[in-house]
Write a protein that binds this ligand. Structure first.
Ligand code: NAD
Length: 371
């Protein structure tokens, strides 16, 4: 079984889908490994760091006879069109944003497993790249917050007097938010957390943060949140505004599957924030959680700085690549056995992760988005 690993080409993307430790494990499964030259250079992994791997410069040539292709971002149209009919792709795809590529995967009869479709169930936790990458982003968001603010976070006593701890408010307490809360606690801040799914209260509190209870329950399907009504938004604002306005750093992480990022903070709320405060908007990729966020940029509103970082996992590219490669390995292990590929479509993880197979789009939401 021949596996080909691509070099990422999209802006801000520094991860690589294969790291040396995982290459060794794939070789033990009997895979023959090929990589595009320089695939790991953005995370300081030289080609020579990979044993058991053959390198080639041309991505089309690389995938043309591969049985399995690995990447982080979806491959370009040219590369998809160069793939062997019936071969397998593992990458993030996000079909609603990648209509042409999804159609090409379908028409080339590629079996694609989209990493964002891996079900959020206990058995699939080790394959869940959304979670591994979000956990890194939450951690990094707090670091970005603390380097963008001209204040210390921990309570500290000096000969001249003491500094009170800073307050960090985390809005959206899913995987990234909980990781941000844990990190904010570690740097000694007073931490508050908030979400529209009341069941996270316990998780927030177990990390030593205060949960802001708004009385709104916006649980949607599959453990995710749904969009809010105007009435719910008003109810939330009446509780949350004073917390927004007393925070030093706010980390926002809220998202709703398949929808633009919900706006959690209005321009008026930002205008009422403490001077010198900072918002790190980890939902920038989907348009951002504040009315003032400019994805990819840092902007000022009054005396508040709003940072809209893109592809935050890539800022921790080394660990992001390692975790991502392990997520993919655990998925590959489900269908690569005894040096042969055999996909059990009764396996819930494989069935639900599948985006395209045998000339069809298998995921219902993606099929609608592409039609
Ligand atoms: P996500 O990235 O879709 O959203 C992040 C958070 O934003 C969520 O907690 C969501 O409730 C919140 N949010 C949405 N709209 C909001 C609003 N208007 N105001 C405040 N918060 C808002 O979610 P995620 O982090 O990927 O995870 C979502 C769920 O999936 C969680 O319940 C998580 O525990 C669960 N999960 C389960 C597993 C597993 O069992 N294997 C793995 C990962 C995640």
């Amino acid at each position: 079984v021949k596996i080909a690993v691509l070099k990422e080409t999209r802006p801000n993307e520094r991860r690589v889908a294969l790291v040396p430790v995982v290459a060794d494990k794939l070789a033990k499964l009997g895979a023959e490994l090929h990589m595009q030259s320089g695939a790991g250079t953005a995370v300081k992994l030289a080609d020579a760091a990979y044993k058991n791997v053959t390198f080639a410069a041309n991505p089309q040539g690389l995938v043309s006879d591969a049985d399995i292709v690995l990447s982080v971002q979806p491959p370009s149209l040219e590369v998809v069109n160069a793939m062997k009919e019936g071969s397998i792709l593992l990458s993030f795809v996000y079909a609603h944003k990648e209509v042409e590529i999804t159609k090409a995967l379908r028409d080339k009869k590629i079996t694609s497993f989209a990493m964002e479709l891996v079900p959020r169930i206990t058995r699939a936790q080790s394959m869940d790249a959304l979670s591994s990458q979000a956990a890194l982003a939450g951690y990094y968001g707090v670091l970005l917050g603390s380097i963008n603010i001209a204040r210390m976070m921990p309570m500290t006593t000096f000969a001249t007097g003491s500094i009170r701890p800073g307050t960090i408010l985390v809005m959206g307490a899913g995987v990234a938010g909980l990781s941000a809360i844990a990190t904010a606690r570690r740097i000694g801040a007073k931490v508050e957390g908030y979400d529209v799914r009341p069941e996270v209260k316990e998780q927030v509190e177990s990390l030593g943060a205060k949960f802001i209870d708004t009385g709104v329950d916006a649980r949607g399907t599959g453990g995710y949140a749904r969009e809010l009504t105007q009435e719910e938004k008003d109810k939330i604002a009446s509780v949350v505004t004073k917390h927004i306005q007393s925070a030093d750093i706010i980390i926002t992480t809220a998202s709703i599957p398949g929808r633009p990022s919900p706006k959690l903070i209005t321009r008026a709320q930002i205008e009422g924030m403490k001077s010198g405060s900072v918002i790190i908007d980890l939902a920038s990729e989907g348009g951002g959680n504040t009315e003032a966020t400019v994805p990819g940029e840092t902007v000022q509103v009054g005396q508040t700085t709003i940072v809209g970082p893109l592809n935050v996992p890539s800022m921790l590219g080394e660990h992001a690549s390692e975790l991502y490669a392990k997520n993919q390995y655990n998925l590959i292990e489900l269908f690569l056995k005894d040096k042969a590929i055999s996909i059990d479509w009764n396996d819930e993880v494989l069935a639900k992760s599948c985006l395209t197979h045998a000339g069809e789009i298998k995921n219902e939401a993606a099929a609608k988005a592409v039609a």
